[in-house]
Design a protein around this ligand. Structure first.
Ligand SMILES: *Cc1c(COP(=O)(O)O)cnc(C)c1O
Length: 324
């Protein structure tokens, strides 16, 4: 099955009322610093604190009555799980969220608050993913992947539709990259509407599975390491159908950023842009800062993907990394 611009457009109208149309905020301090026109796409303002709500809503709203009746199961670093939980609750459906032991407590609490079943099923995400799929099969529940699902990808693509509606002059987008659902959907939408637009992926240095897979031309296994960008960690299961080939097609450049530069970007966002960003989201700011010379375009949208970071941790990072 191929995913098209039409699927992304259909998703945009389907998810209205669940996911928000977020602001595209001109970032004047970043613009001044970089000499480019920089905007922030504020997905951190979604009700669940991340863009994952778009994909989750689009996937769940397309289930058959029988599938709705049975419920859904997923595996997630947190933001996708939280989004599935939120939408399932709104729809009065059963949802089981499987997570690995690496997921931070703040995200687990967020999901439990939404009243879903949370199961800790593996020491890392690869292990949790295998166990979650098996569980879904044996319990007759629909498994919704965080990034390799046609409905999820079309939903994430609505971010690019909105950005180009809000500011048609955007010629470069910097997109945090993990399993590649966001990049795949945004690539489909953005490159269909504006083929010359440049898509830049950014990942953390600690185990960047998609970055290394794109470089290698095939899926590469990585060792999962702790990172401030916890939403970007984890591997890509070998049965990948959609997100890897789409990322191969659409990513123009892919960069890595260090833990130090992620921490600085989180502190910078708080100080100068007055926004809370989790590590995974702050990679887009870190990328602009560290790789400016290699980034094309005059009108750049940074996708601020989420804000799910524990406040004491952010305050701590702020105090250690704020400069000027
Ligand atoms: C999931 C996530 C990403 C990466 O999205 P993929 O579709 O897995 O590439 C980036 N930032 C945040 C905050 C996320 O939750």
């Amino acid at each position: 099955m191929e995913i098209t611009l039409e699927d992304v457009k259909a998703a945009a109208s389907r998810i209205q009322g669940i996911a928000c149309r977020t602001p595209l905020k001109p970032a004047y301090t970043l613009s001044e610093k970089s000499g480019r026109n920089v905007w922030l796409k504020m997905e951190n303002m979604q009700p669940t604190g991340a863009f994952k709500l778009r994909g989750a809503a689009n996937a769940i709203l397309q289930l058959s009555p029988a599938q709705r009746q049975a419920g859904v199961l997923t595996m997630s670093t947190g933001n996708h799980g939280k989004a599935i939980a939120y939408v399932a609750k709104k729809q009065g459906m059963r949802a089981i969220i499987c997570i690995s032991e690496q997921v931070p407590e703040v995200k687990i609490q967020g999901m439990k608050k939404l009243g879903v079943e949370v199961r800790v099923v593996g020491k890392d995400q690869d292990e949790a993913d295998i166990q979650a799929r098996a569980m879904a099969q044996s319990e007759g529940l629909r498994f919704i992947s965080a990034f390799d699902d046609a409905g999820v990808i079309a939903g994430q693509g609505t971010v690019a539709l909105e950005v180009l509606e809000q500011e048609p002059a955007i010629d470069t987008m910097i997109i945090p990259l993990s399993g590649g659902g966001l990049m795949a959907g945004m690539g489909l939408a953005a490159k269909s509407l504006k083929p010359e637009l440049q898509l830049i992926g950014v990942s953390m240095e600690q185990g960047p599975a998609m970055h290394l897979s794109i470089q290698a031309g095939h899926l590469v296994e990585v060792e999962e390491k702790p990172s401030l960008a916890d939403a970007l960690t984890g591997g890509i299961p070998p049965d990948n159908q959609y997100s890897f080939p789409l990322c191969q097609r659409f990513v123009d450049r892919s960069f890595l950023v260090s833990e130090e530069s992620i921490a600085k970007a989180m502190a910078y966002a708080l100080r100068w842009e007055r926004i809370v960003l989790e590590g995974g989201a702050a990679t887009s700011i870190a990328c602009l800062d560290k790789h400016l010379d290699e980034i094309p375009g005059q009108n750049i949208a940074l996708i601020c993907t989420g804000d799910n970071v524990a406040v004491p941790k952010l305050v701590d990072l702020y105090q250690q990394h704020i400069e000027g």
